[in-house]
Design a protein around this ligand. Structure first.
Ligand code: FUL
Length: 486
C-alpha cells in the first residue's frame, strides 16, 4: 500500500458500496475454486525441438511411441491439480485432433496410422480420473492459407472451435493467446473475438474464456511473478486491452503499459480506480512452466522448477487471489518425463502436508455485531460450507477473534473472503496472543478468494484477524491455521 494515503479519503467516482458489490459470474467462481491446474504443450514442436514452429512442419514427424494420456492426468492429480488445458493447436497450426477442416493434423501423421486423436484421449482420461478439461486453441495459425484473409479465416477458426466444443464433452476453459502474425499472403488477420465468444457461450456456457477473453485475466508475465495486492474488481478497460492485436499500439498505450505489463502495480486499489467509472470482475491467472520452455526439450531434463520456487509461486498465486496454471510438456514418447513425474509428486506432497491439519478446528470465535444469525462468526471454521461471516453495511473495520481449543504452534494462516458477494478487504493484520502478550505477526492488503499468510512459527492461544480497512461490508468465509512442519 502507498504510504501516507488515507484510503478512506481517496475519492472514487463510483460510490464505495457499488464498488464493493461488483460480483463474479458463477462460472468465474467455479473456475477460481479449481485453484491449481496443468497446462500441456505438445505438438510438432515436441519433435523438432522448437518453441515456435513455422507452419511448414510435415505431419509425418508427429509420432509419439507410447502416448499415454492417463499417465499425464494421474501425474497431475498427484500434484494436487484439478484440471488440465491442452494445446489442441499451437501457432504452427498442427491440430492434435482430426479436424474436418484441414489436412494439417494427426490424421496425416504415422501415429496410430492416422487414426489417433490426442484431444479425444486427453479429454477421456480427464473424465475418467475426475479432472476438468480445457482447450488452448491458438488464433494465430502459421500453416493455414486463409490466415490473414480475415472473414475466411474467422470462419475456419470458428469451425474448429465448434468441433472442440462439441465433440469432447464438458470444457471448463477456452484459453486464447493474443499472438497475431502476418499471413503468408502478407495480410494481417483481424480476429473476431466477439464472434468467438458467442460460439463459446452457446456451446459451453460454463466455460471461462481466459487471457484474450472476458472471464480470466493474464497476470502479465510468464515467470510466475505474482502481485502483492491482486484485485479481481478492476477497470473494464483491462478486458479490452487484452484484445489489442497491434503490438505497437499496445506499447504506445501508456495505460496498458503501466497497468498490465509492470510487475507489482496493483490494478484495483481505491487510488488506482479513483477515476474509473466502469468496473468488472476480472480475476488473475498465473501461468508458468515447470521447465524453461513450454515444449519438451531433452536438454532441460535437469532444469526443473524446485520445491522452494513452486511453494513461492503457489503461495503467491493460489494464496494471492489467483489461479496457478503450471505447464508440464510431454516428451517424444508421449509421456511426462520421469523427472517431472517425481517433482510433481513432491509438489503434491508439499501441498497436502502443509494443509492437512487445521488447528483452528474447535475454536471459539467472536466477531462483533453480526448482520444476523445466518452470518455467525463460527461460519469461518468450516471450508466450503457455503456460509460466511459478515457485519452490517457501512462497516470498514472489524476484529475476528479465535480462541483456540488448545495452545498451538502455527506458521500459516489461510484467509478467504466470500467472493460471491464481491471483493472487499483492503488491509488486514494477524495478531497472535499468548500468555497475555500480543504480537502482530503479519500485515497484508488484499485477501479475495484466498490469502495464504506465512511467518516464523509462533505459539498461539488466540489469533485475531484485524480487518483494518474494507469496502462497505467485509466478509470472511474461512480462516484456517496450520503448521507446515508437522
Ligand atoms: C505464449 C505462446 O507464444 C507460447 O508459445 C506459449 O504457448 C505461452 C503459454 O503463450 O504467448
Amino acid at each position: 500500500m502507498k504510504k501516507g494515503i488515507e484510503l478512506s479519503s481517496v475519492k472514487t467516482i463510483l460510490p464505495i458500496n457499488q464498488i464493493a458489490s461488483v460480483k463474479p459470474h458463477p462460472r468465474q467462481i467455479a473456475w477460481q475454486r479449481l485453484e491449481f491446474y496443468g497446462f500441456i504443450h505438445f505438438g510438432v514442436n515436441t519433435f523438432t525441438n522448437e518453441e515456435w514452429g513455422t507452419g511448414k512442419e510435415s505431419p509425418e514427424i508427429f509420432n509419439p511411441t507410447q502416448l499415454d494420456a492417463v499417465q499425464w492426468v494421474r501425474t497431475m492429480k498427484a500434484a494436487g491439480m484439478s484440471a488440465l488445458i491442452l494445446t489442441c493447436k499451437h501457432h504452427d497450426g498442427f491440430c492434435l485432433w482430426p479436424s474436418k477442416y484441414t489436412e494439417h493434423s494427426v490424421k496425416n501423421s504415422p501415429w496410430k496410422n492416422g487414426l489417433g486423436d490426442v484431444v479425444g484421449e486427453v479429454s477421456k482420461a480427464c473424465r475418467q480420473e475426475g479432472l476438468k478439461f480445457g482447450v488452448y486453441l491458438s488464433p494465430w495459425d502459421m500453416h493455414e492459407k486463409r490466415y490473414g484473409d480475415t472473414q475466411a479465416y474467422n470462419d475456419y477458426f470458428v469451425n474448429q472451435l465448434e468441433e472442440l466444443l462439441t465433440n469432447y464433452g464438458e470444457v471448463f476453459c477456452v484459453w486464447f493467446d493474443g499472438a497475431c502474425g502476418i499471413g503468408e499472403n502478407g495480410l494481417k488477420q483481424q480476429y473476431d473475438w466477439e464472434r468467438y465468444y458467442q460460439v463459446i457461450r452457446r456451446l459451453q456456457p460454463n466455460a471461462v474464456i481466459s487471457v484474450c477473453g472476458p472471464d480470466v485475466r493474464w497476470c502479465g508475465n510468464e515467470a510466475g511473478h505474482c502481485r502483492t495486492s491482486e484485485w479481481s474488481t478492476v477497470p473494464a478497460l483491462l478486458q479490452d486491452l487484452e484484445k489489442i492485436q497491434d503490438a505497437s499500439q499496445k506499447a504506445d498505450d501508456d495505460t496498458f503499459r503501466k497497468k498490465v505489463t509492470s510487475g507489482d502495480e496493483d490494478l484495483g486499489s481505491r487510488s488506482t480506480i479513483a477515476e474509473v467509472d466502469n468496473l468488472v470482475w476480472y480475476p488473475a491467472e498465473i501461468n508458468t512452466s515447470i521447465r524453461p520452455g513450454w515444449f519438451y526439450h531433452s536438454e532441460e531434463d535437469g532444469s526443473l522448477m524446485d520445491l522452494q520456487e513452486f511453494k513461492n509461486i503457489y503461495q503467491g498465486s493460489v494464496g494471492g487471489n489467483g489461479c496457478f496454471l503450471l505447464n508440464i510438456p510431454p516428451d517424444r514418447r508421449g509421456l511426462l518425463h520421469e523427472n517431472d513425474v517425481q517433482r510433481l509428486g513432491e509438489f503434491g506432497h508439499l501441498i497436502r502436508s502443509w494443509f492437512s491439519h487445521n488447528l483452528a478446528e474447535g475454536s471459539f470465535v467472536e466477531a462483533g455485531e453480526i448482520l444476523d444469525m445466518e452470518h455467525a462468526a463460527d461460519n469461518i471454521l468450516e471450508q466450503a460450507s457455503g456460509k460466511y461471516w459478515c457485519l452490517g453495511e457501512g462497516t470498514e473495520t472489524a476484529n475476528v477473534i479465535l480462541t483456540l481449543k488448545q495452545k498451538s504452534s502455527i506458521d500459516t494462516v489461510v484467509l478467504m473472503e466470500h467472493i460471491a458477494v464481491g471483493q472487499r478487504i483492503e488491509e488486514f493484520e494477524i495478531i497472535i496472543e499468548n500468555e497475555g502478550n500480543q504480537k502482530i505477526i503479519y500485515s497484508g492488503t488484499t485477501i479475495g478468494y484466498k490469502r495464504i499468510c506465512t511467518f516464523e512459527q509462533v505459539t498461539a492461544e488466540r489469533v485475531v484477524i484485524r480487518i483494518v480497512r474494507a469496502r462497505w461490508q467485509p466478509t470472511l468465509e474461512f480462516v484456517g491455521l496450520y503448521n507446515s512442519n508437522v
